[in-house]
Design a protein around this ligand. Structure first.
Ligand SMILES: *[C@@H]1O[C@H](CO)[C@@H](O)[C@H](O)[C@H]1NC(C)=O
Ligand SMILES: *[C@@H]1O[C@H](CO)[C@@H](O)[C@H](O)[C@H]1NC(C)=O
Ligand SMILES: *[C@@H]1O[C@H](CO)[C@@H](O)[C@H](O)[C@H]1NC(C)=O
Ligand SMILES: *[C@@H]1O[C@H](CO)[C@@H](O)[C@H](O)[C@H]1NC(C)=O
Ligand SMILES: *[C@@H]1O[C@H](CO)[C@@H](O)[C@H](O)[C@H]1NC(C)=O
Length: 319
């Protein structure tokens, strides 16, 4: 490295700074990557310079090429039936610190869940997930993420019972709780409060939340109220809004109001707010297409990167 020419460093540093500037590793806020025909291009807005997002997941153990290196990847072992194979992928292909276990096992597959009995889930959890917490992996593993409802609580309680019947000393050991919630802000606070009462020692990740089937204005108001609350809640470690898709890709149950992108892949006012709004340089109508973002802003960032790179080169040369 010492023999590298300054122009190599110049190139390296400017590329690194331009792409890497977006990551705010202290932020709890993350991205749910949802694969659609547009997502690989559209999602570049979420990792643009100024973005407060720090992490992402995509419901699979495989990272998403366009996001890796920009945001921290959190793999998921989506269902108990594929747990062995997915855990194999986690072990060999990801460089993760946390793993999410089964997605909505209390919900039928036609509604987006994995419809798994607490017993099948507990067996797969103990056989495949729990060992990820040990050497040499030392990963932090979540409890299965249920829906934010009475059926979620019942499922978790039965899961816990089965875990203790399979391993009376330890049950199913876990490091954090992952959960979902759809509804108004008041429901969100009481759902999180319930979980915190049940598991007072555990950090909670809210890996899907939104208010379904409502107007853009109400969804925006709910998000507006939730973000500062979640940022300030000490036992809440991370959260991610559902979802990062175009309004015409939203499902019928959530409705269009939850979409962070419009039909053309530009930020909705909700999407801009999730990225921190004007304060971070994001506004409604902004998109992945560079021409639409204002050449001036791009040029400014580029010059800043060059300037910082110049300082970097001087330091390298001085060593
Ligand atoms: C990083 O995120 C935290 C929490 O959202 C925020 O308070 C802080 O200002 C952000 N820092 C930067 C440099 O954007
Ligand atoms: C793995 O993660 C560590 C710590 O975040 C980082 O230093 C390292 O470069 C990563 N390795 C790869 C191959 O991504
Ligand atoms: C899990 O089950 C064990 C053993 O029955 C019990 O002591 C513990 O309180 C249960 N935990 C939860 C969160 O239900
Ligand atoms: C119970 O779990 C602990 C910790 O994961 C493990 O060391 C132990 O072998 C398990 N016991 C049984 C009977 O599976
Ligand atoms: C968001 O909430 C703040 C107060 O916390 C309020 O001043 C602002 O108008 C709200 N914005 C939207 C878009 O709801």
């Amino acid at each position: 490295m010492r023999s590298s020419t300054p122009s190599f460093w110049f190139l390296f540093l400017s590329v690194h700074l331009t792409l890497g500037a977006s990551v705010n590793s202290t932020s709890k806020r993350g991205l749910i990557y949802i694969s659609t025909s547009h997502s690989s291009d559209d999602d570049s807005i979420f990792i643009q310079s100024g973005s407060p997002l720090s992490w992402y997941y995509n419901y699979s153990p495989w990272p998403t090429d366009t996001l890796s290196g920009e945001l921290e990847f959190v793999p998921m072992v989506h269902g108990a039936s594929n747990a062995q194979q997915d855990v194999g992928t986690v072990k060999t292909h990801s460089n993760a610190s946390h793993v999410l276990s089964f997605n909505e096992p209390d919900i039928s597959s036609s509604d987006g869940g994995t419809n798994t009995s607490p017993r099948d889930a507990a067996k797969a959890y103990l056989d495949f997930l729990a060992p990820l917490r040990e050497e040499p992996y030392n990963l932090k593993v979540s409890l299965p993420s249920t829906s934010g409802s009475a059926s979620g609580l019942t499922w978790l309680s039965n899961f816990n019972k089965t875990c203790h019947s399979l391993n009376s000393t330890h049950g199913c050991p876990f490091d954090f709780i992952a959960t979902h919630f759809y509804g108004p802000f008041s429901g969100l606070t009481s759902w999180l409060g319930n979980l915190h009462t049940l598991y007072p020692e555990a950090k909670i990740w809210l890996t899907e939340f939104a208010i379904p089937d409502t107007s853009d204005t109400e969804a925006l108001a709910m998000m507006n109220e939730s973000l500062p609350y979640l940022d300030g809640l000490d036992y809440l470690e991370r959260y991610s809004w559902f979802g990062s898709f175009r309004s015409d890709d939203a499902n019928e149950w959530t409705g269009d109001g939850v979409s962070m992108l419009d039909d053309h892949g530009k930020l909705t006012s909700l999407g801009a707010q999730y990225l921190g709004g004007q304060a971070n340089g994001f506004k409604e109508g902004q998109g992945q297409n560079k021409e639409d973002n204002g050449g001036g802003a791009m040029r400014d960032r580029y010059s800043l990167a060059l300037m910082i790179a110049g300082v970097g080169v001087s330091i390298v040369l001085a060593c």
